[in-house]
Ligand binder design. Structure first.
Ligand code: AHG
Ligand code: MN
Ligand code: MN
Length: 312
């Protein structure tokens, strides 16, 4: 039962907000709710299961944490049971996986982002993008019908957009995601900076110029090593710039286009910010492969533009 539209926004549940405010199609609303339920189980698993490596590696040759595998399984179960998912692409699988070809949506996800930080007890997250239909390869992030992320920190926070603004929810004591803030915005100029992949400074003079500029202008450094936490800092503070740019070790940067850069680019643009690969808006970059990496410069629009100019 959804509270009446007049229910005070501060008590509005995720379901009520999707129904009354975003007016999401029922199937999309149910899919986002199913994903949010998987996130609750992941949040609980992070608190209660032992950390540690699984002994396996993913397609990127990265050691998989036990929680990477568990998070992936929890999300897959919820996607399967939703009966709404035609296919999915996941960081832990090297190809697109088909579920029900007649279903309405396809989902891209990073089940656990920043997972190497589990043992350090830093905030980590899950990232999701939702496309209509079965195809994923060839699609652009601008074609997503929704994007969302969950940040597992001292509090569990969920941020979503279905194309009508970016909205923030808190997981409360009875397991409901309750509205915290609506229509989050990102100002054009940045006071905070989050420079990732600094090893690229060695051979990317434009990146060195950007870093020197941030130091000269005495911007405040905020970097945790978890993309979800570091970019959530931008949404929460309403300004900032996050970069993970290519160098010799990662020529295209370390981050993955389909399930890290694409969903965040959609959300940043929805909040009035920007996300570029240094040359083009990331929302306009077609997905060519699930393992495609992409440089990421995201946050305050004028700062993104300034960094892109330095990188030319
Ligand atoms: P994941 O845990 O899904 O592999 O992602 C980790 C990513 C991202 O969260 C973060 O911004 C980046 O790795 C940090 O890279 P470095 O450890 O090279 O700084
Ligand atoms: Mn990740
Ligand atoms: Mn991951």
């Amino acid at each position: 039962m959804n509270p009446s539209p007049s229910a005070p926004a501060e008590r509005r549940s995720l379901n009520s907000h999707l129904y009354h405010v975003s007016k999401a199609p029922d199937n999309l609303r149910h899919l986002i709710l199913d994903i949010s339920r998987a996130a609750k189980y992941i949040s609980y698993a992070i608190q209660t299961t032992e950390a540690g490596l699984s002994g396996t590696v993913n397609m990127f040759g990265e050691q998989q944490e036990k929680l990477d595998i568990l998070s992936d399984q929890l999300i897959q179960e919820h996607l399967q049971e939703s009966r709404l998912v035609a296919s999915f692409a996941c960081e832990e699988h090297d190809s697109v996986i088909e579920l029900d070809p007649k279903a309405s949506y396809s989902v891209v996800f990073d089940p656990l982002d920043g997972s190497s930080l589990v043992d350090v007890n830093f905030a980590i997250g899950s990232i999701f993008g939702i496309y209509a239909g079965k195809e994923l390869i060839g699609r652009k992030p601008s074609e997503q019908v929704a994007a969302l992320y969950v940040l597992y920190g001292p509090r569990t926070i969920l941020i979503y957009s279905t194309g009508k603004g970016v909205h923030e929810f808190l997981l409360n004591d009875v397991g409901e995601f309750i509205l915290l803030r609506e229509n989050l915005g990102i100002a054009d100029t940045a006071k905070n900076y989050s420079p990732g992949n600094l090893r690229a400074l060695e051979d990317n003079p434009g990146y060195k110029q950007a870093l020197d500029q941030w130091l000269k202008e005495q911007l405040t450094l905020r970097y945790s090593g978890c993309l979800v936490a570091d970019v959530h800092h931008i949404f929460s503070k309403g300004q900032g710039i996050f970069t993970n740019i290519g160098g010799s070790k990662y020529p295209r940067g370390k981050l993955r286009h389909v399930f890290e850069c694409g969903p965040f680019a959609y959300l940043a643009e929805q909040a009035g910010g920007a996300a570029s690969d240094g040359k083009k808006a990331i929302i306009d970059l077609p997905i060519e492969a699930v393992d495609q990496r992409c440089p990421l410069i995201i946050g305050s629009k004028k700062e993104v533009e300034r960094v892109c100019k330095m990188l030319q």
